[in-house]
Design a protein around this ligand. Sequence first.
Ligand code: KG4
Ligand code: ZN
Length: 339
Amino acid sequence: MSEPIILGIESSCDDTSAAVLKGQKILSNKIATQEVHTKYGGVVPELASRAHQQNIIPVVDLAIKEAGINKSDLSAIAITRGPGLLGSLLVGTSFVKGMSMGLNIPILEVDHLQAHILAHFIDRGQDMPSFPFLCLTVSGGHTQIVKVKDYFDMEIIGKTIDDAAGEAFDKTAKILGLPYPGGPFIDKLSKIGNEDAFTFPMPRIQGINYSFSGIKTSFLYFVRDELKKDENFIEKNRNDLAASMQKLIIDILIGKLKRASRETGIKQIALAGGVSANSGLRKAIMQGEELYGWKSYIPEFQFTTDNAAMIAISGYYKYIKKEFLGIDFTPYARALHKS
Ligand code: KG4
Ligand code: ZN
């Protein structure tokens, strides 16, 4: 059998993305990021749906052209079915239903969170994890330690009980007067700040679960009190505050991951999701090789935040199992797994 050519489409949040894969190899990966949300300090669902509607045809068109194929060459279309914003998901899923009928090719459904993990299997000539491995999935909406037993056999063994790690970055940024999404700005400032300048208490959460809402509150109160003494406190200390909070978030993430590795005896450790773009976290995961005997896997930058290449690779593994979806499906907004 010749390698299938799969179009992946992602529209679950505020990025409209389309990618083409031939087998496990990437032919194109295009992303239209919606700038419209920046001034609101967060994603506005109604505006996201409208922007997807405007972007989806040009982005798909571009991905197909850049891949150097015709749409008649496609074997199947993979689509994010959930979780995400319902209006945004409806744009992608409705588009895919039309395209699948027009081209007479099957639809492959993909879970957004699984796709972040399966991005490690896009063939870029890199080492790939073998099963079982642990994956720390950290995004704007989720923070999980997942035991990956097979492509679609995943068990969440730890998760956040409140905010996600991405939210902790974004809220820290907001307090420091930085734009949304703030994670990349905190990352940048941390490189020039002193990470030991300020210390905040570590959350005490049982087992291998996480909590990030407490550190946000203690940071907020600390900054508020300092501003009473010196109204220029943030301006004078922005880099150090960013670096200290980034260090704290990374220490929390790595601490529970170490414990999960110890308890399961699994030393293959992967990183996935938007926050996996963070340079400090990437470094800490790689240092685990020397410090804890891990074999660590970090994704290429283009596969960290939401992208359709990860949807296409997930679709590829469904395609070889011939797991196709009928036209009468609906998207789901909330995470599927018991988490
Ligand atoms: O996976 P993703 O693109 O979207 C969701 O599914 O949520 O993740 C977005 C999150 C945002 O919270 C953003 O601030 C964070 O990833 N992020 C970062 C960095 N780049 C993106 N956080 C820290 N450092 C970064 N370099
Ligand atoms: Zn995501």
